[in-house]
Design a protein around this ligand. Structure first.
Ligand SMILES: [Zn+2]
Length: 127
């Protein structure tokens, strides 16, 4: 019987293997477990696809991380503008909230940048 792979968006959001989309890439599901933030299964137990494509592979995820963080900070500034109607009158409040947001979201963005970069580079294996 034909069984389709989960969608791209649900695979990325669930941080699943880009090749089979049925097994988690990271060893722990909590991104705020900072001791194991980068712990990934070296090989997917379901399909055997390697999550360590080549040495230095995840340096490319830094570009994805940069795009995600800049996009989210732009959305924060836009949301701040929508709520308060200005951004320069209480500029330091905006800056501090941006810094707090960036620090708190860094573990999540770190993981999603790796996942997105994996999805860009690793093709889906059809079932
Ligand atoms: Zn897999």
């Amino acid at each position: 019987m034909f069984k389709s792979n989960p969608s791209l968006i649900s695979g990325v959001l669930a941080m699943q293997c880009p090749a089979c989309r049925s097994h988690a890439v990271f060893a722990t599901s909590n991104p705020y477990d900072l001791k194991n933030i980068g712990s990934m299964h070296p090989i997917c137990p379901n399909c055997g696809s390697s999550n360590r494509v080549e040495p230095g592979f995840y340096f490319g995820a830094a570009y994805v991380s940069y795009i995600l963080m800049v996009g989210l900070l732009c959305m924060l500034v836009f949301g701040y503008y929508l709520v308060f109607g200005e951004i320069f009158e209480h500029f330091w409040r905006l800056m501090i909230s941006g810094i707090v947001f960036a620090v708190l979201s860094t573990p999540v963005i770190f993981r999603y940048s790796r996942i997105i970069f994996l999805y860009i580079c690793v093709p889906l294996k059809r079932k």
